[in-house]
Design a protein around this ligand. Structure first.
Ligand SMILES: [Ca+2]
Length: 80
């Protein structure tokens, strides 16, 4: 039987983390270019891989993804 885990306060970025993990098919913690295609498509192709890959290492870290996602959320709030 699993120990009951203490539920810490859910961080604000939990939804972003879940989204990121959904795209990170191999669980590497990064979105490789092939995985990022699905993410970019879902974002409506308004951004390119290089828009997200701000440090140019050819993969999207959660931090890079989160920055963009936060920006997209702000944008959605403004336009809805
Ligand atoms: Ca990167």
């Amino acid at each position: 039987m699993a120990d009951e885990e203490v539920q810490e306060e859910v961080p604000d970025n939990a939804a972003t983390r879940a989204l990121f993990n959904g795209f990170d098919k191999d669980g590497s913690g990064y979105l490789e270019p092939g995985e990022a295609v699905a993410a970019l498509t879902q974002m409506g192709n308004k951004v390119t891989f290089s828009d997200l890959d701000t440090d140019g290492d050819n993969r999207i870290s959660f931090e890079e993804f989160e920055v963009h996602d936060a920006r997209a959320r702000r944008h959605n709030r403004c336009t809805s």
